[in-house]
Design a binder for this molecule. Structure first.
Ligand code: NDP
Length: 285
């Protein structure tokens, strides 16, 4: 079997067009959805991510700003910036680019964001809403995976979904979103005994591990849907996922590539969450 490759770029374009219509509807009412990204320090990877986020906003005609703060910014200084954006009516979505320099408490900073503007979905109020039912702001990467599955016409209900990884930004929200769609969900971690036994039982396998080419073809059930969240560099410095594309594509039914799979969806859902934040805040105003 050769897997059908899920084209994340094409799906992202389609989804962006849908959200552009919603953004345009707001603009027709005099509301331009606005997003602010705060970046502390000058980590090169973070700078690329921020530039891509700002570019995606511009593509949909959203207003966006990025606030660049020096690496030695104090916690009080950062919290003051967050508060300023909380009170800025032109800004509907706020995100703080992670990781923050070590002297800053990222939990405290995220909790300072107005939950109605928390487009990353990391605030405890939104995480709690995800656990109990539906959050307005599902965290962008797992949200992007769900939209990808939906647009590809992949049924989730009754399927066994195995998520490898339990981070707060990918693994855990991913498992919850799949559970809400009535999948039977298994979460695997670095402590899981006999990982391959679990992954081989997955109808839908999501890899969010952060280890290059970690999931091999013999760890996958024939015909399974394999979603590769990982972004890694291999020994040659080339971008690759957590899934060994060459061996898995011979076994899986569907497979996402890296690059061009989950990555474009993540940024798209960030823009979507910003438009939704503007819609919600416009009703509250
Ligand atoms: P974390 O490092 O926070 O989490 C990794 C998870 O993988 C942990 O839960 C860890 O388990 C688990 N793990 C590590 N080794 C093993 C193993 N041998 N067997 C089973 N589980 C293991 O990473 P993130 O969740 O933040 O990111 C995961 C990957 O996704 C990274 O490559 C990252 O770059 C990428 N990413 C991609 C995005 C995109 O837009 N495409 C967005 C965000 C992340 P334990 O908890 O026990 O340590």
């Amino acid at each position: 079997m050769t897997a059908q490759i899920i084209d994340g770029k094409a799906i992202a374009e389609q989804v962006r067009a849908e959200w552009k219509e919603r953004a345009d509807a707001l603009k027709a009412r005099g509301i331009t959805p606005g997003m602010a990204v705060i970046i502390v320090g000058d980590d090169p990877a973070s700078k690329v991510y921020v530039a891509n986020k700002v570019k995606a906003c511009a593509q949909l005609g959203l207003y966006s700003i990025h606030v660049e703060l020096p690496a030695d910014t104090s916690e009080a200084g950062l919290l003051a910036e967050v508060e300023k954006l909380n009170n800025d009516p032109a800004i509907h979505g706020i995100l703080v680019q992670l990781p923050l320099p070590k002297h800053l408490d990222s939990h405290k900073v995220i909790e300072a964001i107005n939950p109605d503007k928390d487009v990353d979905g990391f605030h405890e109020k939104n995480v709690g809403a995800l656990v109990t039912g539906e959050t307005p702001f599902p965290s962008c990467t797992p949200y992007g995976v769900m939209v990808m599955l939906e647009k590809t016409g992949i049924a989730i209900e009754g399927k066994h979904a195995v998520v490898v990884g339990r981070s707060n930004i990918v693994g855990k929200p991913m498992a919850l979103l799949l559970l809400h769609k009535n999948a039977t969900v298994t979460i695997c971690t670095s402590k899981t005994v006999d990982l391959a036994k679990h992954t081989r039982d997955a109808d839908i396998l999501v890899a969010a591990v952060g280890r290059a080419n970690f999931i091999k073809g013999d760890m996958v059930k024939p015909g399974a849907v394999v979603i590769d969240v990982g972004i890694n560099r291999n020994a040659e410095g080339k971008l690759c996922g957590d899934v060994d594309f060459a061996s898995v594509k011979e076994v899986a039914g569907y497979l996402t590539p890296v690059p061009g799979g989950v990555g474009p969806m993540t940024i798209t859902m960030l823009v979507a969450n910003t438009v939704r934040a503007a819609e919600r805040l416009s009703v509250q105003a």
